[in-house]
Design a protein around this ligand. Sequence first.
Ligand SMILES: Cc1cc2nc3c(=O)[nH]c(=O)nc-3n(C[C@H](O)[C@H](O)[C@H](O)COP(=O)(O)OP(=O)(O)OC[C@H]3O[C@@H](n4cnc5c(N)ncnc54)[C@H](O)[C@@H]3O)c2cc1C
Length: 305
Amino acid sequence: MSATSHDVIVIGAGITGLTAAKLAVQRGLKTASIEMMMFGGLVININELEPAPAGAPASGTEYASNLMMEISDLGVENLSATVSGLGAGPGGVSVTTDAGIYQARAVIIASGAKQKRLGIPGELDFEGRGVSQCADCDGPMYQGQEVVVVGGGDSALQEALVLSQFCSQVHLAHRGTQFRAQQHLIDKLASHKNIQILWQTVAEAVLGGDGVSGVRVKDLAQGATREIACTGFFANVGLTAACEFAPPEIKRDAGGFLVTDGSMRTPLAGIYAAGAVRAGYGGLLSHAIAEAETAVASAAAALGK
Ligand SMILES: Cc1cc2nc3c(=O)[nH]c(=O)nc-3n(C[C@H](O)[C@H](O)[C@H](O)COP(=O)(O)OP(=O)(O)OC[C@H]3O[C@@H](n4cnc5c(N)ncnc54)[C@H](O)[C@@H]3O)c2cc1C
């Protein structure tokens, strides 16, 4: 176990965490960033952001890489570890990871969110063999083939639009009668003739042998079940907060996201939360940036910087 002292530790190197780390170090705070996977979080594989924040590159990969290079050049210590616990005490905050324990005067939780699973039969069995949650990464593998996309929000529509560039047919199944997505994405669907919208339709099972060969769907209006022959299945039905390590004193909303005040403060001294992990997060990268700014301003004020 190691114990290292920092002014600020940022948990998570998605866009919120990278932005927070950059702003903190620019204020002269000794800053570390802890990430358990690759930097970039949810946007690391997105080739075309819609919208991209003002002044940012159109590619999520490029945006995250630029931020990562900036924080490294500015002197942020990048630690590769999984955070498993947090404790606030009079001496500051201790961050427990699989690589040791780190101490900081302030911690910003920017651990974001994970894509939800539908929990239907076959979904996990065919992971990597036809089941994917990244159209930008895997789309080219479905050239000339049929796929099913599930969801009715921004990310499902974005995935369907990306896949339509490669696939002969994209079946977009949505349980509702209207989308909950940005209007410009809804408008774009109409010009992609190979996207078929299946309203009031849910996926019940992913079927196959060596790989995916079909999806069983149910038409909720008719009560009828049928099989769509396809080789790919992409469910984008929302996010679940990645904050198992956060102490129970930090309240969660009904969806499991961390509750803070408007200054991104949690009830625990020295612990802040921002971005997709936070209840009330707006959902776009522009919101991630704004929340990172607020969290750093709050932490810096508390540290007298
Ligand atoms: C498919 C899709 C497309 C999108 N497209 C757009 C778009 O075009 N434009 C737009 O504005 N927004 C878009 N969004 C929304 C945007 O991606 C998110 O709002 C934003 O990326 C959230 O950033 P974040 O840093 O808060 O969280 P995340 O991106 O989730 O980053 C959190 C990071 O924390 C790490 N982490 C988690 N737990 C731990 C732990 N215990 N220890 C260490 N590290 C940990 C994770 O590995 C991850 O790297 C899209 C989202 C999705 C899902």
